[in-house]
Design a protein around this ligand. Structure first.
Ligand code: ADP
Ligand code: ASP
Ligand code: MG
Length: 416
């Protein structure tokens, strides 16, 4: 008998029919003899709709109230799922993040899990129940309801799997696994049978939505095998584990695309020590996640500093950056929402020189201008105009020999 955590994404539980299909799969797993913890996301686009509603009601959204609002989507899913399971004769019990003992820090809308107590979940499992834990939420050390950032149900699932010593964490979604690129953008993408934690960490860090970054951190730190698979075709998907790549594995395992960031440029900043610290310290204090940074060389004693941040943080960052720009007498601040980040990820990069040069050549041949560049030992990322995203991703995918030879064939559900 194994303990399995199953997480179902928003599209997988988008309507009553899907909810019942998911309940069937849970019942199947339970009847096979396994203990099951289920982590559902909010139905369809309901988190987006709650955020839209907040924007329509108010321009100032206190983090505490925002979290009270957006964590409700998962509560709807957890209770409906238990009802669908009851119809199938399965004894199931729902828990909010707080009831499950998911303790977080106090940073509203992007809280980090500090500890998973899980006592009530353990008790219910011991009574033979299926436990359904609302994804994406916890309770802070100050006893407030918190949410874990977009895509955070993945993190709930893997953190529970780690804390309760589950044998595997199954992430059910609307594609059949982890691909060499987002199959919605690169139809020729190939499904990977296996990805190791380090590569998956870089892919998630580069902005691939298929797994939330923190869920991969948990999986790697606690060695939880993760199986990403489809809640539509139910076929075996991709295993994400600690297994090292083989010698024969390709140098590049995937192309990652991300349009969730915006670029900010502080124009004509005086070129003297301490300016960057002055700019980035208050951004860090406000929990704005700065990703790429570029500083152009100066000739006239000034320099331009450009950096990327999540679009969701632009409003917070804008106030800070404008204040600092004023203080240091920069010429101005510019924003660009129309950017895309395209990354190549592959463990084989460590030992293969020339990948960056080839990447730049492929983009140059497509007449695509590179605005920013950053690298790690197993990743190269560039920022381009958003309009160049598809051509860039597809041409890199082909040039690095990743094409499958056929377009993605499993059903891609329409995004509601
Ligand atoms: P869920 O609601 O199930 O959590 P997400 O939308 O968060 O689903 O993540 C699944 C989506 O991730 C897919 O529909 C696909 O468009 C996107 N995606 C991005 N990169 C990849 C990749 N390398 N492999 C598979 N899917 C990817
Ligand atoms: N419902 C949340 C979101 O849309 C969490 C999740 O789906 O993982 O971001
Ligand atoms: Mg997701």
């Amino acid at each position: 008998m194994a303990l399995i955590v199953q997480k179902y994404g928003g599209t997988s539980v988008a309507d009553p029919e899907r909810m019942r299909a998911v309940a069937e799969n849970i019942a199947f797993t339970k009847r096979r003899g396994d203990d099951v913890i289920v982590v559902p996301s909010a139905m369809g686009k309901s988190t987006d709709n709650l955020i839209k509603l907040a924007n329509e009601v108010s321009t100032k959204q206190p983090g505490r109230e925002m979290d009270m609002l957006i964590t409700t989507g998962e509560r709807i899913s957890m209770s409906l799922l238990c009802m669908a399971l009851a119809d199938l004769g399965i004894d199931a019990k729902s828990f909010t993040g707080s009831q499950a003992g998911i303790i977080t820090d106090t940073v509203h809308t992007k809280a980090k899990i500090l500890e998973v107590k899980g006592d009530r979940v353990r008790e219910a499992l011991a009574e033979g129940k299926v436990c359904v834990v609302a994804g994406f939420q916890g309770i802070s050390t100050e006893k407030e309801i918190t949410s874990l950032g977009r895509g955070g149900s993945d993190t709930t699932a893997v953190a529970l799997a780690a804390a309760l010593g589950a044998d595997a964490c199954e992430i059910y979604t609307d594609v059949t696994g982890v691909f060499t690129a987002d199959p919605r953008i690169v139809p020729q993408a190939r499904k990977l049978l296996h990805v190791n934690f380090d590569e998956m960490l870089e892919m998630a860090g580069a902005g691939s939505k298929v797994l939330a970054l923190r869920s991969v951190e948990f999986a790697r730190n606690h060695n939880v095998p993760v199986h990403v698979r489809s809640a539509f075709t139910w076929e075996p998907g991709t295993w994400v584990t600690s297994q090292e790549p083989n010698m024969e594995d390709p140098i590049i395992s995937g192309v990652v695309t991300d349009t969730s960031e915006a670029k900010v440029t502080v124009v004509a900043v005086p070129d003297r020590p301490g300016i960057s610290a002055k700019l980035f310290e208050p951004l860090a204090a406000a929990n704005v996640n700065v990703d790429m940074i570029v500083q152009n060389t100066s000739h006239d004693g000034t320099t331009d500093i450009s950096f990327t941040i999540p679009k969701a943080d632009v409003a917070t960052a804008q106030a800070i950056v404008e204040r600092i720009a004023n203080e240091v007498q920069a010429r101005g601040v510019e924003h660009d929402d129309g950017i895309a980040k395209i990354s190549l990820v592959g463990a084989g990069m460590k030992t293969s020189p020339g990948i960056a040069a080839k990447m730049f050549r492929v983009l140059a041949d497509e007449n695509i201008n590179i605005q920013m560049i950053s690298t790690s030992t197993i990743r190269i990322s560039v920022v381009t105009a958003a309009a160049d995203l598809e051509v860039a991703a597809r041409s890199l995918h082909t040039a690095f020999g990743l094409d499958s030879g056929q377009a993605y064939s499993a059903p891609l559900p329409e995004r509601k």
